[in-house]
Design a binder for this molecule. Structure first.
Ligand code: 4AD
Ligand code: MG
Length: 469
């Protein structure tokens, strides 16, 4: 909805409104950054972009304008404030152009501006992360990201879910994978020692703490009070994997629902993804058209199919059988009990199913302690949602609600039940079946935009060796 609050507009018309105007208008002011500057005879054309939409507005600068030469020298990357008349454009590919009457250079660009006309590789753009939002591709990526973050909240709000802010600093490693970043105020050179090592009781929080790897455990506490809840926050993993699908800081959406089993969990995930994709198709048309054209051919068809799809489901055991029967040679061997590698996941979703697939009921030994043990005593009520190109985008499960079974599982995993007393308490009083999942927001954005590297869908990627800006 256009915002008519003139205070917020700060005397300007966003490019988004100018390029979609219904009629000509005289004396409007537009501000933005010069994407390209072309000189003709007695005239120059500047493509002005303010990030409010994919398109730039063509500004026509007459050579008679005061300061015309300085304007042209200000060049690509300059920030301009232009007042003029919005008139129908004789050029093809655009409806309107702005005939400049008065131009102010707010900030110079110039010959050494790193984003010149030629197309840059994404890797180079990552090295200038402070400027890459001004490029076509990253403008589109971050507009889609922002729209989808809003859609996440809207989806849950419309369904009566409570939004809970779970902590960033915590003493517990939810996934038990030992990938926590340490948070401490102890002197790194001479920490207080006790027999056997550092005396963490003298640290700020009186125990070892780190950055959260997941808000799930705290989310479960709220689900067993508010029934339907979700978190949407940053999560941190110190896994040293330099892949195109891992970052050390990423955003996760974690709903948790009471009175629910694994099938309910999968239904929620499916409805959620269909909603988000439909939202993107409705609200981000120009940006998605660009991705469809330049990044992943057939993207729009893929998204439209997903918006109406029911996802396939197969058990882990069926998945292993399908992989073994495939005759495909994999780098990592496939055998029951081993975790599925990304090559296996992609084969399943791309070749066996040809679309998204929930893989369920994994061996207990390769999954986290909180997942509900199935009656076979060997597998747990877990699910991963796999999608073509990206692999796993969701990990979820029904939770173990039986206190004794959970305590036994924790011991088996080497976790002292006392250390998570507060978590076990919700099984002591008013325990109930409940389930939830985590959607990796960046993995999902890779799927929606077609971008192949996770670093290209997060504003400031944190990976081993990179946290400068
Ligand atoms: O499968 P994961 O580890 O599950 C959990 O953390 C559960 N506590 C979620 C829950 O049930 N509430 O992570 C969930 C998702 C993955 O499927 C993946 O999309 C994403 O988080 N993810 C990562 N994304 C980017 N970089 C990483 N290093 C990621 N690790 C996990
Ligand atoms: Mg997982």
């Amino acid at each position: 909805m256009p915002n008519d609050n003139s205070n917020l507009r700060r005397g300007r018309v966003p490019v988004r409104e100018a390029v979609a105007a219904a009629e000509p208008s005289a004396g409007i002011c537009v501000k933005g950054w010069v994407r390209t500057l072309r000189r003709g005879k007695g005239v120059a054309f500047a493509a002005l972009n303010d990030g409010s939409c994919f398109a730039s507005l063509q500004v026509v600068l007459d050579a008679g304008l005061p300061g015309f030469e300085e304007l042209c020298r200000a060049g690509t990357g300059a920030c301009l404030s232009v007042t003029g008349d919005l008139v129908e454009s004789p050029a093809s590919g655009q409806s309107w152009e702005l005939q400049a009457k008065e131009v102010k250079v707010l900030g110079e660009g110039g010959g050494d501006y790193p984003l010149q006309k030629k197309r840059h590789g994404f890797e180079y753009l990552r090295s200038i992360a402070h400027l890459r939002p001004r490029s076509n591709t990253f403008g589109a990526v971050f507009r889609v990201r922002s729209a989808l973050a809003y859609a996440v909240h809207r989806f849950f709000r419309e369904r009566g879910f409570l939004h809970v802010h779970t902590p960033i600093v915590t003493a517990n490693d939810c996934e038990g994978a030992g990938e926590m970043f340490r948070v401490t105020t102890l002197d790194p050179v001479r920490p207080p020692m006790v027999e056997g090592g550092v005396d963490w009781t003298r640290d700020f929080f009186g125990e070892r703490t780190g950055l959260t790897v997941s808000g799930q455990l705290q989310g479960e506490l709220f689900a067993t009070a508010f029934s339907d809840i979700y978190t949407f926050g940053p999560t941190f993993r110190a896994e040293n994997s330099n892949t195109s699908r891992h970052v050390a800081e990423f955003w996760m959406i974690e709903p948790e629902i009471a009175f629910a089993d694994l099938a309910d969990d999968c239904r929620l995930a499916e409805e959620f993804l269909r909603y988000l994709v439909s939202y993107a198709l409705e609200e981000c048309g120009d940006d998605l058209a660009f991705f469809n054209d330049r990044i992943e051919k057939g993207l729009l068809d893929k998204l439209e199919r997903l918006a109406g799809a029911t996802f396939e489901t197969m058990t882990y055991t069926e998945a292993v059988t399908a992989l073994q029967k495939s005759g495909q040679s994999f780098e990592y061997p496939v055998e029951w009990g081993a975790d599925l590698q990304s090559e296996h996941e992609r084969y399943l979703t791309e070749k066996v199913i040809g679309g998204p697939v929930f893989v369920t009921d994994y061996p207990a030994a390769i999954k986290a302690f909180y997942m509900r043990l199935n009656d076979d005593g060997k597998t747990v009520a877990a699910t991963d949602l796999l999608v073509p190109r990206v692999g796993e985008i969701i990990g979820g499960s029904q939770r173990e609600e039986r206190l004794d079974v959970l305590q036994a599982r924790m011991k088996g995993c080497g976790i002292a039940p006392e250390s998570l007393d507060w978590y076990l308490d919700i099984r002591r009083w008013g325990s109930c079946p409940h389930a939830g999942f985590g959607l990796g927001f960046e993995r999902f954005l890779m799927y929606v935009t077609g971008m192949e590297n996770i670093r290209d869908v997060i504003p400031f990627p944190r990976t081993p060796g990179h946290a400068r800006f």
